[in-house]
Unconditional design. Structure first.
Length: 202
């Protein structure tokens, strides 16, 4: 009888959360192992791309908003400032994972990238110095997409839908009008997500 893994069309894994040995970078024994399964079974890899939060934890000791009990360590307070100061690091790490994936699966391989669950939180006024402006977030998302697709042209990207956002229409419309996004996604918990097709051709 075939295993569940053999029957799977998509294999999912988180990228960004740091390990002791590799930090937030590609882990041959974790990400590499999954990509080997992906290639052998002709499946598609799906990345929960939590790069910003993973880098912020690794470089600045910041924690997810629902984990940190101190405002001095919360991504809901210091996440926007971290992004303002580390855009080059964020883009480099996306490029790094895209390159490692292309090396193992080939440039023409399919992949799905769930870009930055909780992306919306970095726009909030709870952020020190104010939330990131909408146009800055759109620009950074675009540069992330270029970093990925320059190495994996067939990569399919999604943007996160934060169910708790009150201005969902205005928040999403500008992204979908300016960036090639094939899905909007909702990460319900660490082990489950939903994908909703969206086709935009800016």
């Amino acid at each position: 009888m075939a295993s569940v893994l053999d029957e799977a069309d998509y294999l999912t894994i988180w990228i960004g959360p740091p390990s002791q040995r590799f930090g937030p970078r590609f882990n041959e024994f974790w990400h590499g192992h999954l990509l080997s399964h992906t290639k052998t079974r002709n499946s598609t890899v799906v990345y929960y791309a939590y790069i910003v939060a993973g880098l912020a934890r690794h470089m600045a000791g910041l924690q997810d908003c629902d984990v940190s009990d101190s405002p001095t360590k919360s991504l809901c307070v210091h996440g926007a400032d971290f992004i303002r100061s580390h855009q080059a690091d964020i883009l480099e790490l996306y490029s790094h994972f895209a390159n490692e994936t292309a090396t193992r699966l080939g440039r023409s391989s399919d992949s799905v990238w769930l870009i930055e669950p909780d992306w919306y939180q970095y726009s909030q006024q709870s952020q020190k110095g104010g939330g990131l402006p909408h146009n800055m977030m759109i620009s950074l998302y675009h540069r992330i997409s270029v970093a990925i697709r320059s190495r994996l042209p067939r990569a399919r990207l999604s943007i996160d839908v934060s169910p708790w956002a009150n201005d969902q229409d205005s928040w999403l419309t500008a992204f979908l009008a300016n960036i090639k996004v094939l899905y909007v996604s909702r990460v319900i918990c660490r082990f489950h997500f939903s994908l909703f097709p969206h086709f935009s051709t800016p």
